[in-house]
Design a binder for this molecule. Sequence first.
Ligand SMILES: C[S@@+](CC[C@H](N)C(=O)[O-])C[C@H]1O[C@@H](n2cnc3c(N)ncnc32)[C@H](O)[C@@H]1O
Length: 288
Amino acid sequence: MTLESSEHSPLAQTGDLVQLVSPTNKVFIFHLVPGAELHTHRGLIRFDDLIGQPWGSQVFTHTGSAFFLFQPGPTDIWRETRRNTQIMYPKDIGYLLLKMGIGPGVTVLEAGTGSGALTTALAWAVGPHGAVFSYEIRPEMQNLARKNLEKLGLLDRVIFKLRDIEAGFDEQNVDALFLDLSNAYDFLAQARQALKPGGFFGAILPTTNQVARLLQALYDHHYAFVEVCEVMLRFYKPVPERLRPTDRMVAHTGYLCFARPMLLASPPPAAGSSSSSESEAVDPDGEL
Ligand SMILES: C[S@@+](CC[C@H](N)C(=O)[O-])C[C@H]1O[C@@H](n2cnc3c(N)ncnc32)[C@H](O)[C@@H]1O
């Protein structure tokens, strides 16, 4: 059972991924296994007592402490992801999923896997008929990501590869490819080999210096429709009488870069031809 298992049922069922939230907002996420128990700082909860309870209801520990019972959403999962690397933020992940057309049935490739936060979102988005290929150079990171995915029941959608992507990717004609590593600009030839022509390329980089290098490399490798952006998300205090932004915000995560690898027409069409050509689609200003 996965993150999506019984999303249409109003009741918690065996195997569901559930979230318990304490009065002080302490969160526990786990699968509902019959006979198992959760030991909290406020007492013990039997999973058998949760099975059949309506989502959103209050449940109680053996000492009488109340917890709320929910189905966790992707951002709840993200918050609980065990991490040893910088992980991608939901604000960036949400936009890239839409921008790169990553939805049910899509084949997507990413590097590096890191702690698997993005991998989790990709696996969730492509659904049971899609596939995620995830490359990582460090075995300990791959193991951590594997555990994070396994906990959510999404492991069967991900094919992990332990490799320096300098050596290239095994896959070809993937729909979308995303790089979250500091020197993404060094791997555009490899990315082009793996992507289907016109597919979706994306990367995230923390500094403008790295973005400038990536831009130059994208033009050198004939990628078009180039875009650079950053996503800013500001939360508000949800108090009707004093509605205003929260005191702090995550001011910077990274710059998102997107592009499409285009096919060059060969030979180029004659000058003055009125038909649209593939070479015209390679626009160094990225404004086509
Ligand atoms: C910032 S982390 C990725 C975080 C991940 N996107 C997440 O949301 O959890 C970058 C990862 O790229 C890996 N990496 C760096 N260079 C690599 C390379 N050449 N080939 C494969 N993986 C690489 C690093 O080991 C690290 O785990």
